[in-house]
Write a protein that binds this ligand. Structure first.
Ligand code: SF4
Length: 892
């Protein structure tokens, strides 16, 4: 479509507005109620233009072929200025202070500060820890309301009042702090006047004077690009980057606001060494000499396999690369693992077996274009909020949704079909869906003939998984199963998104394989007929930690340590022989410590005493190991038990890269220096190597990534310099001159035979089931305001939003056991006992309980078992048999 703007012809796509036409012609008009991400409303009248002789608000008026638009006419300029001036006149004078959107616009339009002469005394709402409302500055433009609905999908805000009294308010009617607001900060970011601000940055603040650093969020695996604003060596604000490739200007409460921990007085700022009296501050030299000496002694007395390291999914790729190199080259052992062992190791194993590579199959932008989403064992609304919000928007716009999850949370309330399988029955559920796909002819025969293998074996296995039998195993009604299979089976572009509800099971790898079967049967992977199978990674860099080879059986880039070719390539780059046998997995490390075989355990950025299952046994292991080194931000439960504590930098103090959930490398840049003597993990590993008399090379993080590319060709095309230029690059990417492969397997799968591998796996029962002694099943997971062990979020305002761990109990169970809402209850499993406040809710099914483990004091992982995935040792966090009783004093 072609229109002319002040005589300049411009070509526009169908559906474009006059505002797009104006901008395409290189001109601009003021806007106040407009945000490109939101539905235009044309209420402020600041963008008036003339179209074929009549006045129109450019933001809401569609462009039409042959239209003549006038912008730069004196009367139009005057009308636009008048529109803004009228709005400003109702505001108090301080509205034009600082360098916010309205203040900048008034400067451009030469509207003097004296024009602001209002101020109705409508008052403030400071009840929320992260969002402040000054009602006198609200111009009722509705941007915040639309942001909350159209981007975040929470619908927490509304406009109340009439005429000039109209203003924003929480939809629940009470104070903001008691509303449904999830503190994504979208309303604050879009507010043009400063009516909505965040603590410490009132209207009038000159943000342009702050130092601004672009980095990648260090909380979850979504990988939001963030701009960090620093003033006086403190983070003043974090803003989601509008050009962020994943988040597109959005963020969540954690990345946006939970940075208060950085300057917490509890930050570790000095190395600590255990003496008779306890942990005492020492110099770096003393701490490192102590570790180096004990390392040498342990290796001399018991061999290199008496040393093990738990690397960190919180640390950068370069730090993980260096840690695994230290273990393999300096110590001489493959005893290095990372917390993907506890979350997505079944994804790595299952996806590699099915398709050839360990990551998700498709970029999220594609997944978002699917016409049917199958979301399994994931609650992205809380655990991956930016992705949850993007998925929800697609569903609100018509994408069909199947949710498979025992709990009724997040996306489930918007699902066309919500399957609620009994915990531990995923394989039966997926086999049941596959049975229906096959039985009703909803499979891609052509794809199966040419691009897949294993169909006869699968077909034979599926005979046993009729809807009725699957209903009996899973508790999912057969009709729901059929409805879900038909939705997925008849979609043109189906996509699967899944989380830890698939992996953290005794048969987690089988769960991933049988879930992948569905995409293979449909030909919906490696083609343009669907968007594959995509895990939502939990920690910020859990993908990268594994990519970098912080695994006991795999080198950087997933070459097997037992493969002489892969080992030889690493040996050549590192200039030394490498151990040929697999190292210990995390649970094996703890077992080796308990049995006296492990002499040194080095734990980087993980609070294993809080987050790992069967916590009492983990603590036994820590107590039994002669030297435990904890590299941490805070004196975590693990650090308290360590012999040496090394103070580490946080993600906001580091240089390097992370890999997000859809395999994108993105840059991490330091916004400020670590406090006191704290150092980056990169610097600590180098210093430890030096203390051991070794030189790891790779003087900088950029050099480390470059060296990694020589060991692992799949990363050879990725460098810091390229990421600085391009923002993000997905792997595999072996050539610096070519883009990375965001969408995998278009020509062939990366398996040895180039085919997708169907898996014929029977349903096997979980490690624990409800019985007479322990009749309830506990599921664990995350809550929206917190992150993992909570070491960071508990030391920020997020703790005001969610101050305790609580146990979700179904009303029927609560009634049967005389549990009152909020009352403390004793939860007992075969492994431990804890006391938690009860929260009575129908989000859980009868017979099931749910709890997070964000507060170490609640010791939730004292309950969970040591049952683990039979292939990868990933713990069975999602199924623990427990019993419940009211604490005696709560009965009184
Ligand atoms: Fe950070 Fe994840 Fe939130 Fe994005 S969604 S801001 S990556 S925690």
């Amino acid at each position: 479509m072609r229109v002319t703007v002040d005589g300049v012809p411009v070509d526009l796509p169908e559906g474009a507005t006059l505002l797009s036409a104006v901008r395409a012609a290189g001109l601009d008009v003021p806007t106040l109620c407009h945000d490109d991400r939101l539905t235009p409303v044309g209420s402020c009248r600041a963008c008036l233009v003339r179209v074929d002789g009549r006045l129109a608000a450019a933001c809401v008026t569609p462009a039409a072929e042959g239209t003549h638009v006038r912008v730069e006419q004196d009367d139009l300029r005057e009308l636009r200025r008048d529109a803004v001036e009228v709005i400003v006149s109702a505001l108090p004078p301080y509205a034009l202070e600082g360098d916010g959107e309205l203040a900048r616009l008034c400067q451009e339009l030469a509207i003097e500060p004296e024009a602001a002469e209002g101020g109705a005394g409508r008052g403030r709402d400071d009840s929320h820890p992260f969002v402040r409302l000054d009602r006198d500055l609200c111009i009722a433009c509705g941007r915040c309301v639309r942001m909350c609905a159209e981007v975040q999908g929470t619908f927490a805000l509304t406009l109340v009042g009439r005429g000039s009294e109209t203003m924003v308010a929480p939809g629940t009617g009470g104070p903001w702090g008691e509303s449904d607001c999830v503190a994504c900060g979208g309303c604050v970011d879009t507010c043009p006047t400063g009516a909505l601000t965040e603590p410490g940055l009132p209207v009038g603040t000159h943000l342009a004077t702050f130092t601004r650093t672009r980095t990648t969020c260090g909380y979850c695996g979504v990988g939001c690009a963030l701009d960090v604003l620093v003033r006086d060596d403190e983070v003043a604000a974090v803003r989601p980057a509008k050009d962020g490739q994943v988040n597109r200007g959005h963020a969540c409460v954690k990345g946006r606001f939970a940075h208060g921990y950085l300057r917490s007085p509890e930050r570790l700022t000095q190395p600590l060494l255990r003496r008779r009296s306890g942990l005492e501050p020492v110099s770096w030299a003393e701490a490192l000499d102590h570790v180096a000496r004990r390392l040498r002694d342990a290796v001399a007395e018991a061999g290199p396999d008496a040393v093990a390291a738990i690397s960190s999914a919180r640390a950068t790729n370069e730090e993980n690369y260096l840690i695994q190199k230290f273990m393999r080259v300096v110590v001489g052992t493959n005893n290095v693992d990372n917390c993907s062992r506890l979350c997505h190791s079944p994804s790595a194993a299952g996806l590699t077996a099915a398709f050839g590579l360990s990551g998700g199959t498709d970029p999220f932008d594609d997944v978002e274009r699917a016409d049917c989403l199958l979301v399994v064992g994931a609650n992205p609304i809380e655990a991956h909020p930016v992705i949850g919000a993007r998925l929800l928007q697609r569903v609100l716009h018509g994408t069909r949704l199947i949710v498979a999850d025992p709990r009724s949370v997040g996306l489930a309330e918007h699902a066309d079909v919500h399957l609620r399988p009994r915990p531990g029955t995923n394989v039966a559920l997926f086999n049941g869906l596959a049975h229906i796909l096959s039985a009703e002819g909803m499979v891609d025969d052509e794809f199966l003939r040419h691009r897949a293998t294993g169909l006869p074996e699968l077909t034979a296995t599926l005979e046993d998984y009729t809807p009725d039998r699957v209903a009996a195993i899973t508790g999912v009604p057969a009709t729901d199963l059929v409805a879900a299979a038909r939705l997925y089976g008849r979609a043109e572009r189906p996509a699967i998104v899944y989380g830890l509800g698939v992996t953290e099971h005794r048969h987690g790898t089988d769960g991933v394989r049988t879930l992948a079967n569905l995409a293979i049967l449909r030909g919906a992977v490696g083609t343009d007929r669907g968007y594959g199978v995509n895990p939502l990674r939990g920690q910020n860099n859990v993908q990268g930690a594994s990519d970098m080879g912080a695994l006991p059986d795999l080198l950087p880039g997933y070459g097997k340590v037992r493969d002489p070719v892969a080992r030889g390539r690493a040996e050549q780059v590192w200039g030394t022989r490498l151990p040929e046998h697999d190292g210990l997995r995390i649970p094996q490390m703890f077992a080796a410590a308990r049995s006296g075989h492990l002499r040194v355990l080095w734990i980087v950025g993980e609070d294993v005493a809080t987050t790992d299952p069967d916590a009492n046994r983990v603590i036994e292991a820590l107590d039994a190991c002669p030297l435990v080194i904890s590299q941490e931000l805070f004196l975590s439960e693990t650090a308290r038990r360590a012999d040496v504590v090394l103070p580490a930098a946080s993600w906001l103090e580091k240089d390097g890269t992370f890999v997000n959930f859809d395999r994108r490398f993105q840059r991490v840049r330091p916004a400020l220096a670590p406090p006191g003597q704290a150092r980056t993990d990169f610097a600590i590993v180098h210093a430890l190597a030096e203390a051991c008399g070794a030189d790891l090379g790779c003087a900088t993080p950029a050099a480390a990534l470059a060296e990694c590319g020589r060991v692992a060709p799949v990363f050879a095309g990725i460098s810091h310099e390229r990421l600085d230029r391009e923002g993000a690059v997905p792997w595999p990417c072996s050539d610096p001159g070519r883009p990375g492969q965001a969408r995998l397997y278009q020509d062939r799968f990366a398996t040895a035979d180039g085919l997708a591998h169907l898996a014929a796996r029977p349903y096997l029962p979980p490690g624990e089931s409800a019985d007479d002694d322990y009749p309830l099943i506990l599921i664990t997971g995350r809550r929206w305001a917190h992150y993992n062990s909570g070491n960071m979020t508990r030391r920020s305002g997020a703790v005001e939003l969610d101050p305790v761990d609580r146990l979700d109990v179904h009303p029927a169970d609560a009634a049967r056991l005389a549990v009152r809402d909020g009352a403390p209850v004793v939860v007992e499993s075969r492994h431990g006992q804890v006391v938690l406040p009860a929260c009575i809710t129908e989000e859980v099914s009868q017979g099931q309980l749910f709890c997070a483990f964000h507060f170490p004091a609640s010791r939730v992982n004292a309950l969970t078992s040591s049952h683990a995935d039979t292939v990868t040792s990933c713990p069975e966090y999602k199924v623990t048999a427990v019993r419940l009783r009211v604490r005696p004093e709560a009965q009184e």
